[in-house]
Structures are given as structure tokens and as C-alpha cells.
Design a protein around this ligand. Structure first.
Ligand SMILES: NC(=O)c1ccc[n+]([C@@H]2O[C@H](COP(=O)([O-])OP(=O)(O)OC[C@H]3O[C@@H](n4cnc5c(N)ncnc54)[C@H](OP(=O)(O)O)[C@@H]3O)[C@@H](O)[C@H]2O)c1
Length: 298
């Protein structure tokens, strides 16, 4: 016998209500379940607290890069620490550390030459099966006659190209060739030192066209890399880090107006960035953080 029209409508409403309720339960459960999975994976993650951790610091002869090398040499959980430099004449301190530290291996690398990236990574692959941390500290703000532009009058195409070659393209060349070394089952981190000045949303002051634009491009290249990596080496967390103004040769000519408490020592910067790297979780893949761990707008 056919149900009266009102009863049929009531029945349909009940079924719909049940479906919505079920969907909501699933919706609410999913993030909790995911968080639980993240926690388990992180508890089980070994790098870089196991004896097997292998680390690469790129641009290891600069202020922040060398600071990372010194800090990581004190970490006896690291098996091999690779560190890159451009010329032996300007890398005396780094090379003297290598002479006294059996775990430190220095490699020559100009990041603008893809062939050198391939060669350096081939040397790493011949020595270790995988990498757990890669920290890319390469960057230029000034270099010889190249100085940050104060106005459009100073825009020069060759200078812009140089900023992009060193600050943006180098990092994605690393990402291209390092991928095989990230294909393993342990948690790993590929961190690139960027700069808040590369944030488009945060640009209130203008100026420094090439440096700003090249850091914005770096951010986009690494964010895009993080998406491809999440499919092909899902245990790797890609992140971009703003170190804060740090007392190195890069910031030296521009430190005059920086209040003393806003100018960090290299040791402080390295310790702050290390804290962030150590506490990254898989959901931080493709993120941009400031030195205090707060997320930055793109
Ligand atoms: N210091 C700050 O206040 C500050 C603020 C925001 C962001 N940052 C960023 O932090 C990172 C580290 O800067 P830093 O302050 O440590 O500067 P730094 O002392 O000048 O170090 C820069 C490093 O980049 C390397 N490098 C430059 N061109 C290269 C190339 N073509 N190939 C390979 N390596 C190259 C340098 O190698 P050589 O030793 O061979 O020259 C050096 O190791 C940079 O990305 C910078 O943009 C710094």
C-alpha cells in the first residue's frame, strides 16, 4: 500500500538527516585520525637523532651556513655532514674544520652551474645511501658591483638575472637532483633559507627589486617542489625559513638602522632555525616560517 505523501516526505527527510549526520562524524574524525598518524610517524622518525643521519649544508662557507656546520658538528647523532663552498681561498675556516672532523666532507659547488650540482650530488651518493636534512643557505644581496636597487632607475637586466640565478634557480636545481637521496622511509627535511622581504603580501616598503623578486620566486619554486615531493618522496618536509636580520657579511652594509635587539648573532639565528627544523611535522610541507616559528604570508 502506498504511504501517504506527508509520511513519505518525512521518511526522505529522516534519511537525508542521517546522511548529513554520518558525513559530519566522518568529517570530524578525519583530522584527528590524521593527527594521530602524524604523531606515530614522528615518534618513529629517526632523523636526525639516529646515528645514521646524513646532512648536507649548501652555502656552508657563509655566515649562517658556517654557523649551521659548527652547530651540527656538535651533534653526535650525525654520521656524515656534507658542506659546500665555492673557492678554497675564501673557505679557510670551513676547510680547517674538515681537517679536524672525520664526519665533515666539504664539496666544491657553484649553485648556478647545473653540472657542478650534478657532480657534488654524485659525490654524496657515492658516500651515503640517503640524506635526512638538507639546509640551503645560499643567497646574495650584494656581490661586487651588484647592489640592491633603490629605484626603477637602477634596474638592470643582467643584475636581475644574477639574483634569480643564485637566489631562486639554484635551489630548484638542488631539488631536481637531490630527490633520489630523499627516497627513503625516514622523516627528512629540505630547508631553504629565504627572506621575509620575498613576501609579496608583506611588501610595504618597496625597493630591492631583484632580491625581493628572486626570494619570491624561490618561495614559489620550493612550494611547487613540495607538492611534487609529497607524491614522490612523501617523508620529506620542504620548508622556507626567514632567519631574521643576522650579523653576516650579507647584512653588514645595511645594519645601521637595525635596532640592536633586532640584529641576531649567527649562533642565535642557527639555534632558532634548528628549533623550527626539529619540530616540523608532515603537515608543514610547503611552508614559510619566520625565525620565531610563526607562519609568514606568501
Ligand atoms: N643575514 C641576514 O640578515 C639575512 C636576512 C634574511 C635572509 N638571509 C638569507 O640567509 C641566507 C644566508 O645568508 P648569510 O647572511 O649567511 O650570507 P653570507 O654570509 O653572504 O652567505 C651566503 C652564502 O651563499 C653562498 N653563495 C653565494 N653565491 C653562490 C653561488 N653562486 N653558488 C654557491 N654558493 C653561493 C656564499 O658562498 P661563498 O662563501 O663562496 O661566497 C655563502 O656561503 C641567504 O639566502 C640570505 O638571503 C640573510
Amino acid at each position: 500500500m502506498e504511504k501517504p505523501r506527508t509520511a513519505r516526505l518525512l521518511h526522505q527527510l529522516l534519511v537525508l538527516y542521517q546522511r548529513v549526520a554520518l558525513y559530519k562524524i566522518r568529517d570530524v574524525r578525519q583530522p584527528a585520525q590524521q593527527t594521530f598518524e602524524y604523531r606515530i610517524e614522528e615518534i618513529m622518525a629517526i632523523a636526525p637523532t639516529s646515528k645514521q643521519a646524513n646532512v648536507l649544508v649548501v652555502g656552508a662557507n657563509g655566515g649562517i651556513g658556517l654557523g649551521f656546520v659548527k652547530a651540527l658538528l656538535n651533534d653526535d647523532s650525525i654520521q656524515t655532514l656534507f658542506a659546500t663552498y665555492r673557492s678554497p681561498e675564501s673557505a679557510e675556516e670551513l676547510l680547517s674544520l674538515e681537517a679536524e672532523s672525520p664526519q665533515l666532507k666539504c664539496l666544491k659547488l657553484d649553485i648556478t652551474e647545473e653540472e657542478q650540482v650534478v657532480q657534488a650530488i654524485a659525490q654524496i651518493s657515492a658516500a651515503v645511501p640517503n640524506l635526512h636534512w638538507v639546509i640551503n643557505c645560499v643567497g646574495i644581496l650584494h656581490e661586487g658591483d651588484l647592489q640592491p636597487e633603490k629605484s626603477l632607475r637602477q634596474i638592470n637586466a643582467d643584475q636581475l638575472m644574477r639574483y634569480f640565478q643564485v637566489n631562486s634557480i639554484g635551489a630548484v636545481l638542488l631539488a631536481k637532483h637531490l630527490m633520489p637521496l630523499f627516497k627513503h622511509g625516514d622523516r627528512s627535511v629540505f630547508a631553504t633559507v629565504s627572506a621575509k622581504i620575498g613576501s609579496i603580501e608583506d611588501n610595504y616598503l618597496g625597493g630591492w627589486y631583484g632580491y625581493r623578486a628572486s626570494k619570491a620566486a624561490l618561495n614559489m619554486l620550493m612550494k611547487t617542489t613540495s607538492i611534487e615531493y609529497s607524491r614522490r618522496c612523501p617523508k620529506t618536509i620542504i620548508t622556507l625559513l626567514h632567519p631574521g636580520t643576522t650579523d653576516t657579511q650579507l647584512s653588514k652594509p645595511f645594519q645601521r638602522n637595525v635596532p640592536a635587539d633586532k640584529l641576531f648573532s649567527v649562533e642565535r639565528t642557527v639555534s632558532q632555525l634548528m628549533d623550527i627544523i626539529q619540530n616540523l611535522t608532515f603537515k608543514d610541507n610547503g611552508s614559510f616560517f619566520s625565525w620565531d616559528g610563526s607562519p609568514l604570508p606568501w
